[in-house]
Design a protein around this ligand. Structure first.
Ligand code: AHG
Ligand code: MN
Ligand code: MN
Length: 338
C-alpha cells in the first residue's frame, strides 16, 4: 500500500478490507469509531493546560490510585463513542471495576472492547506524552445477549485487533488487525489521521533500554546482571542509552520505532509488577509481536497468559526480539545458579 499524503485512516481501512473478502466491515467501523474518539480526547489533552481540568477529582479509582479528571473524561468519551454502534456485547476499562454493559436499548454485537482510556496520567501536568490503549476480541459466549466476564477474560493471542494512540508532539494512532502494523499521524489542520508509518517492523535489536531504575534494589538478580551488562557494553560501538518516559504507551511506541527493550518487571515488593494484562500488556504485546518483536513476563509469552481477573497485573519484557531473549537468558541463568 503506497504511503501518500492522502492515505487517510478511513481509506486505508477500506482498502485493507478489499484485500480480505471475508471481512464484514464491522472491524473497520469499530476502528473508525475509535479514531473519532481519539480525536476528541486528543483535542481535550491539547487544551489541558488552558482549562480548569487539571488536578485530582478527589476520588480514588478501584486500584486505590488518585484519578485525574482527564482519565475519567477519556473513559467517558470512549464509552459514549463505542456503545451505540451495535458492534460490542461488553466493554471493560481500567477506570471501572466491573465489566461495562451496553445501554439496554442498544443493539448487541459480537465484539468485546477493553481499554486503558489514559495511560501515563501522572505525566499530564508536565505536558509529557500520554496515550490510550485498546484491545478487541470476538465474544465467546453463545447467543446475542449481553456479553460476560468470560468474554473479556480471553488470552491475548485471541485478540483480533489492538492499538494505541499517543498524544505527544503530534497525535499518532497505531493499530494492527493481524495483517501488519500501521501508524497514522493526526493532521490538526484536516482533523484527519494520515498514514505516516506503513507496515512497521521493529529492529531485531536496539540501543535503548527502558525501565524504572529507582526499583533497582528490589529487582531479581538476573535483571540486575542484565542492566549491568548493558551498561558495561556497547551497541554498534556506542554505549547503550537509558530512556524512561513513565507512560508505557510512549515508551513502547519509541521501542517499536527505534528498537530496544521496555521492562516493567516483578520485584520483591510487587511480584507481579505494575502493568495490567488485559488493557496494557496484551494490546501492546499484540502490536510488538505483529511487528516482529517479542513480549514475555520473563518466562511466558504475554499473549498466552490465561487471565483470571480483569485488572490483574503482569511483569513485562517487551521489544526487539534479541533484546528480550537476552534478558530472559540472564534471568534464567540467575535462577539456575541459586
Ligand atoms: P496509568 O496512567 O494508566 O495508571 O498507567 C501508568 C503506568 C504506565 O503508563 C507506566 O509505564 C507506569 O505506570 C510507570 O510506573 P512507575 O512510576 O512505577 O515507573
Ligand atoms: Mn496505563
Ligand atoms: Mn490509565
Amino acid at each position: 500500500m503506497a504511503t501518500t499524503r492522502f492515505m487517510t485512516l478511513p481509506r486505508h481501512i477500506m482498502e485493507g478490507e478489499k484485500q480480505h473478502p471475508e471481512a464484514t466491515g464491522e472491524l473497520s467501523a469499530i476502528l473508525l469509531q475509535l479514531g473519532l474518539a481519539a480525536k476528541v480526547i486528543s483535542l481535550e489533552v491539547n487544551k489541558a493546560g488552558l482549562v480548569d481540568i487539571l488536578g485530582f477529582t478527589g476520588g480514588d479509582n478501584i486500584h486505590g490510585e488518585k484519578v485525574k479528571k482527564l482519565d475519567l473524561y477519556a473513559h467517558e468519551i470512549l464509552v459514549k463513542a463505542m456503545d451505540h454502534g451495535g458492534h460490542f456485547c461488553v466493554m471493560a476499562s481500567e477506570e471501572e471495576e466491573d465489566i461495562i454493559h451496553l445501554p439496554p436499548h442498544q443493539k448487541i454485537g459480537k465484539y468485546v472492547l477493553l481499554f486503558d482510556p489514559l495511560d501515563g496520567s501522572s505525566n499530564i501536568d508536565a505536558n509529557i506524552s500520554i496515550g490510550t490503549i485498546f484491545s478487541i476480541y470476538k465474544r465467546i459466549s453463545k447467543g446475542n445477549g449481553p456479553g460476560t466476564l468470560a468474554d473479556c477474560l480471553q488470552p491475548g493471542y485471541k485478540q483480533i485487533a489492538a492499538g494505541y494512540i499517543v498524544y505527544g508532539s503530534s497525535t499518532i494512532l497505531v493499530y494492527s488487525a493481524g495483517h501488519g502494523v500501521y501508524g497514522f499521524t493526526l493532521d490538526p489542520a484536516f482533523g484527519e489521521f494520515l498514514l505516516s508509518h506503513d507496515d512497521i517492523k521493529i529492529p531485531k535489536c536496539g540501543r535503548i533500554y527502558s525501565i524504572n531504575e529507582g526499583n533497582y534494589f528490589s529487582w531479581h538478580k538476573g535483571l540486575k546482571d542484565y542492566i549491568k551488562y548493558l551498561q558495561a557494553n556497547n551497541f554498534e560501538g556506542k554505549p547503550y542509552q537509558a530512556r524512561y518516559v513513565g507512560s508505557m504507551v510512549a515508551d513502547i511506541h519509541r521501542t517499536l520505532l527505534y528498537g530496544g527493550i521496555f521492562m516493567y518487571p516483578g520485584d520483591k515488593r510487587n511480584p507481579k509488577g505494575k502493568l495490567r494484562l488485559m488493557y496494557e500488556c496484551n494490546p501492546m504485546a499484540f502490536i510488538i509481536e505483529e511487528a516482529g518483536g517479542r513480549a514475555t513476563d520473563g518466562k511466558r509469552r504475554i499473549l498466552e497468559i490465561q487471565p483470571e481477573n480483569l485488572h490483574e497485573r503482569t511483569p513485562i519484557f517487551i521489544g526487539s526480539l534479541e533484546d528480550v531473549l537476552l534478558v530472559e537468558k540472564f534471568m534464567r541463568e540467575a535462577r539456575e545458579a541459586y
